[in-house]
Write a protein that binds this ligand. Structure first.
Ligand code: ATP
Ligand code: SF4
Ligand code: MG
Length: 333
């Protein structure tokens, strides 16, 4: 029994802790009559990321997924709250610690074409992080770049070519090789396969899984919908208007979704069992404006289960089953 307990603890080492994380953008509109408003892009996130896992983060456009990714990468400063990486608060890190953390935290974007410099060869693109961080030069640099391009399933003969000479899937492989150059611990994949054809998506997902095993990587995998994250995620968090509304182990979330919004998202997933299908409501209504969110539970204007309480009181995000977190007054058991 003790051996099992120890194994679970080893598997679940927390590599990143996010506490009460907020990012509010102040927006000013109009030349003569200036009007300002606050966009609550991220509005109080709490979650842990375990070493070696893939944490999927899903939600509709504008719910704050990319902003969360940027905060985790240290590319944006938080308005409030904390991010702990390897037990250290990123905001309290020294310059040297921050430089090291930036190497350990990398990103893969949706559109590798716009994130790869068209005037650089693949060799220069993949090697650039090693040059910038003064990690390798000359023959050592060439060796490392060659190793990286092979890791992502491309060949030496492709090193002297430019990004436009590659297909979308190949460009994403180049983006991945570049993200791996500094041997990071965590990679934020922001819609990393969303722009690719379905068959190519599967290849890139398989490559990411293979690399995760070989290089002990942790992924935070951001996407619009649940189907995209299903096959790669260990756990999945569902965001709505800057907040996490549900987070659970992947299978638990699909089999036992407790939040009405997760149910609505699942509705876009083909469900073979007609009995199950009946319980899945269609999501209705517009996504509210994050600078003027609805009172109480932000989801209440679109929720078929909303009560008077939901209009007034914001539901607490809590662990209502082991490892299963939900923010809802009336979770669907
Ligand atoms: N720099 C910024 N200034 C002002 N508002 C911003 C800024 N960046 C993001 N926002 C706003 O914050 C909210 C969250 O944006 P974010 O890009 O994080 O959403 P997302 O979930 O990644 O959306 P998508 O699925 O479309 O990529 C949106 O309302 C967006 O307009
Ligand atoms: S708190 Fe109320 S409105 Fe919000 S999701 Fe739960 S039932 Fe729906
Ligand atoms: Mg985004």
């Amino acid at each position: 029994m003790e051996v099992v307990k120890e194994k679970i603890e080893i598997e679940e080492k927390v590599i990143m802790k996010v506490r009460n994380l907020k990012k509010h953008f102040e927006i000013t509109k109009g030349y003569i009559k200036k009007q300002s408003s606050t966009v609550r892009a991220v509005d109080g996130l709490n979650f842990d990321v375990y070493e070696g896992e893939t944490l999927g983060i899903v939600g509709e456009s504008g719910c704050g997924k990319s902003t969360t990714g940027q905060l985790i990468l240290g590319l944006l400063d938080a308005t409030e709250g904390n991010i702990y990486f390897d037990s250290k608060d990123i905001a309290q890190m020294s310059q040297e610690e921050l430089r090291k953390a930036r190497r350990d935290l990398q990103v893969i974007f949706q559109d590798p074409y716009s994130s790869l410099n068209p005037r650089m060869t693949v060799e220069e693109i993949i090697g650039e992080p090693l040059v910038v961080h003064k990690i390798a030069s000359g023959e050592q640099l060439r060796k490392e770049v060659l190793e990286l391009i092979k890791l992502v399933g491309l060949g030496e003969h492709q090193l002297k070519r430019y990004p436009h000479e590659f297909s979308g899937g190949q460009r994403q492989r180049i983006g991945i090789a570049r993200a791996l150059a500094l041997r990071p611990k965590v990679i934020v994949c922001d819609e990393a396969v969303s722009a690719l054809d379905v068959s190519i998506q599967a290849q890139i997902l398989n490559l990411l899984k293979k690399l995760q095993k070989e290089l002990d990587l942790t992924y935070i995998f951001i996407a619009h919908g649940l189907p995209a994250v299903r096959h790669i995620s260990t756990r999945i968090g569902v965001m709505y208007l800057g907040r996490m509304v549900e987070l659970a182990d992947r299978d638990e979330l699909f089999v036992k979704p407790l939040h009405p919004y997760t149910h609505a998202l699942l509705d876009s997933v083909p469900i073979p069992d007609p009995k199950l299908r009946k319980t899945h409501q269609l999501i209705e209504g517009e996504i509210p404006n994050p600078s003027n969110p609805p009172s109480g539970c932000h989801f209440h204007p679109r929720c078929s289960f909303a009560t008077e309480r939901c209009k007034q009181e914001s539901p607490e995000y809590r662990e209502i089953l082991p490892r299963h977190f939900v923010a809802c007054h009336h979770p669907l058991h």
